[in-house]
Design a protein around this ligand. Structure first.
Ligand code: HEC
Ligand code: HEC
Length: 478
C-alpha cells in the first residue's frame, strides 16, 4: 500500500482500490491498538445536518460584533497607532466600526471601557488585485515576531485604572499564548497550534481560564498552515485540511474566537452569532477569474480534469459534484507532519479536550491519517498551495519538477502571475541557513524544514506542457 505510486496513466480504478486498502489497513490498526482514539476517516466524509442561521445577520456579526471579548483599550490604541489606510476600511460596517481597519472590532464593556478587539478577518480576508476579498485566506501575515512585545508596549499608552485592568487581562493572555504562535517563516499561519495552547489553559467543562496550563501545552514551534478560503464551506462536510472538525460547523469555528471566552454563558452568546456566521460562510461563492480566459483551451483542460482529477476533487459547472474525500497521506504524498501530529498519541489530549468540552457538545474532533481533496472553486486565487502553503504556483502543483526548493513571496499580494496562477516569487538559491540576515531569513520558505516539504501530489506530472497549460486554463474557470 505504502509503496504505491501512480503509474503513467492515472486511472480511477487504481485510486479507488488504493483508498479501500488504505481504509482496511487503517481499520485493522485501529482494532489492535486499543480504544478507537482516531476513528477511521479515510474515504468520503459524511454530511451532517447544520443548524440554520441567517447569512445577512452572519455578515453583520462577523464585521460588527465583538466575539473576542478582550482587547486593547481604545484610548491607548488611538494614541499608539496611525490611522488606517483607505484600503483597510470596509464601507458596510456600522458607525461604531466604520473607522477601524477591517480586522478590528469595537467592544464596549459593562464597565464602560471601549476596547478594540480582533476579528476573524485578520486571517480570513485578503487582497486580490488590490481589492479586499472577505473569505480569502491572508497568506502575507507575519507571525515571526513575539506577539507579547507589542501587547506590552501598548501598556505605555494606558492611562485610566479601568483601562489598565482590561489591558492587563488581554496582554496576559497574549503573553501566555505568544510562544505557541511564533513561526519562523512569513505568511505561514499558526492557528492550529494556537488553538491547542488555548485548550491547555482552559477547563473544558466550565471554560474557566487558568494561568497555569491544565494539560501539557503543545510543542512551541507551530507546523505551518496556509489559510483556506471560506467559500469552500458551501461544499465541505467537515472543517480543516485534516477534516478533524466533524459535526456542527458553527460550534467548531467559534473555537477561533475563544481567547477570552471564560464561561459557558459567554460561549452561548457567541454560539448564537456563530450559527449566523456559519450560514454566511456557507453562502459565499468563489470570486470570478478577473482576467481573460481562452475558452477553447479551457475546454481541453476540462476533459483532462474530468479524467484525472474529478475522482478526488469533484466536477464543476452544470451538475457539479463533490465527493468530500479524505486521502491518506501516504497516497497524496504531501507533507505528512500535520496529519501525523493530529493522529498521534501525544496529541490525543487535545482531541479529548474538545470532545469533552462545550464545543464538542454537538460536534466532534476526529483526526484522519490524511488530507481532504479540497473543492477547487476559486483555487486560482489561493496560492501558495497545499495545506502547508509549500508550493507558490499552480504550475508547481501540476508539475512537481517545477516546485522551488527555496522561495520568497513578495511583501504584498501585488503581482499575480496569470500564466502560472500564483504570486510572483524569487528563488534565493539557498535556504534559511544561507540567509544573509534575519529579515531575509524569515522571508525564505525552506522546503527542507520538517513540516514544510513540497513533495507529493504528482497527479499532473504525466502531462506535457500543453496539457498542463490547458488544465491551468480550465482551473481559471472554477
Ligand atoms: C490566527 C488566524 C485565524 C483566525 C483569527 C481565524 N482563523 Fe479560521 N482558520 C485559520 C487557519 C490557519 C485555518 C486552517 C486550519 C486547518 O485546516 O487545519 C482556518 C480554518 C477555518 C475554517 C475551515 C475552513 C476549511 O476549509 O475547512 C473555518 C470555517 C474558519 N477557519 C472560520 C473562522 C472563524 C469564523 C473565525 C473567527 C471566529 C476564524 N476562523 C478565525 C486561521 C484563522
Ligand atoms: C487521489 C486523489 C487526488 C487526485 C487524483 C488529485 N488530487 Fe489534487 N489534491 C488531493 C489532496 C488530498 C489535496 C490536498 C493536499 C494537501 O493539502 O496537502 C489536493 C490538493 C490540490 C490542489 C491544491 C489546493 C490548495 O488550495 O492548496 C490543487 C490545485 C489540486 N489538488 C489540483 C489537482 C488537479 C488539477 C488534479 C488532476 C491532475 C488533481 N488535483 C488530482 C487529492 C487529489
Amino acid at each position: 500500500m505504502i509503496g504505491f505510486t501512480m503509474t503513467a496513466r492515472s486511472n480511477h480504478q487504481t485510486i479507488r482500490v488504493l483508498l479501500l486498502t488504505t481504509a482496511l489497513v487503517a481499520g485493522c490498526n485501529q482494532e489492535t491498538s486499543g480504544p478507537a482514539a482516531h476513528p477511521l476517516a479515510v474515504g468520503p466524509v459524511p454530511a451532517t445536518v447544520q443548524r440554520q442561521g441567517n447569512p445577512a445577520a452572519g455578515y453583520d456579526a462577523l464585521v460588527n460584533q465583538p466575539y473576542i471579548s478582550c482587547g486593547m483599550p481604545y484610548s491607548a490604541f488611538i494614541k499608539a497607532t496611525s490611522p488606517p489606510s483607505p484600503r483597510q476600511l470596509l464601507s458596510n460596517r456600522n458607525s461604531r466600526n466604520r473607522e477601524l481597519p477591517y480586522m478590528l472590532t469595537i467592544r464596549d464593556t459593562d464597565d464602560g471601557v471601549r476596547l478594540v478587539t480582533s476579528n476573524c478577518l485578520s486571517c480570513h480576508a485578503g487582497y486580490f488585485d488590490d481589492e479586499l476579498i472577505i473569505g480569502l485566506g491572508n497568506e502575507f501575515l507575519d507571525f515571526t515576531r513575539d506577539a507579547s512585545i507589542s501587547a506590552e508596549q501598548l501598556g505605555a499608552y494606558v492611562t485610566s485604572k479601568k483601562d489598565a485592568l482590561e489591558w492587563k487581562k488581554w496582554a496576559d493572555r497574549i503573553a501566555t499564548i505568544a510562544p505557541y504562535m511564533r513561526t519562523d517563516t512569513l505568511g505561514v499561519n499558526p492557528a492550529v497550534n494556537l488553538t491547542f495552547a488555548l485548550m491547555a489553559h482552559r477547563n473544558p467543562v466550565s471554560l474557566k481560564w487558568s494561568d497555569k496550563a491544565l494539560i501539557e501545552p503543545p510543542p512551541k514551534a507551530p507546523l505551518p498552515v496556509s489559510v483556506p478560503p471560506w467559500w469552500r464551506m458551501k461544499k465541505k462536510n467537515a472543517l480543516f485540511y485534516n477534516t478533524e472538525g466533524r459535526g456542527d460547523h458553527a460550534r467548531i469555528m467559534m473555537l477561533a474566537a475563544t481567547l477570552c471566552t471564560d464561561s459557558i454563558e459567554e460561549a452561548r452568546k457567541i454560539d448564537r452569532l456563530a450559527t449566523d456566521i456559519r450560514a454566511y460562510l456557507g453562502s459565499l461563492e468563489a470570486p470570478e477569474y478577473p482576467y481573460p480566459v481562452d475558452s477553447k483551451r479551457a475546454a481541453k483542460g476540462r476533459t483532462l480534469f474530468e479524467q484525472d482529477c474529478s475522482f478526488c476533487h469533484g466536477t464543476y459547472g452544470n451538475n457539479a459534484s463533490y465527493p468530500n474525500l479524505v486521502v491518506h497521506h501516504d497516497e497524496v504524498g504531501t507533507d505528512p507532519e500535520l496529519a501525523r501530529l493530529l493522529t498521534s498519541e501525544e496529541n490525543l489530549r487535545f482531541i479529548q479536550w474538545f470532545n469533552r468540552s462545550f464545543f464538542g457538545e454537538n460536534s466532534s474532533g476526529e483526526a484522519a491519517p490524511g488530507y481532504i481533496a479540497p473543492p477547487l472553486d476559486g483555487v486560482w486565487a489561493t496560492a501558495p498551495y497545499f495545506h502547508n502553503g509549500s508550493v507558490p504556483s499552480m504550475e508547481g502543483v501540476l508539475n512537481s519538477a517545477a516546485r522551488p526548493k527555496y522561495w520568497i513571496l513578495p511583501e504584498n499580494p501585488d503581482r499575480f502571475n496569470q500564466k502560472t496562477l500564483g504570486w510572483y516569487y524569487t528563488e534565493p538559491g539557498y535556504g534559511k541557513k544561507g540567509a544573509v540576515n534575519r529579515s531575509e531569513k524569515k522571508r525564505i520558505y525552506d522546503t527542507t524544514i520538517n513540516g514544510y516539504s513540497n513533495t507529493g501530489h504528482r497527479y499532473g506530472d504525466r502531462f506535457n506542457h500543453q496539457q498542463r497549460a490547458a488544465l491551468i486554463e480550465y482551473i481559471k474557470t472554477l
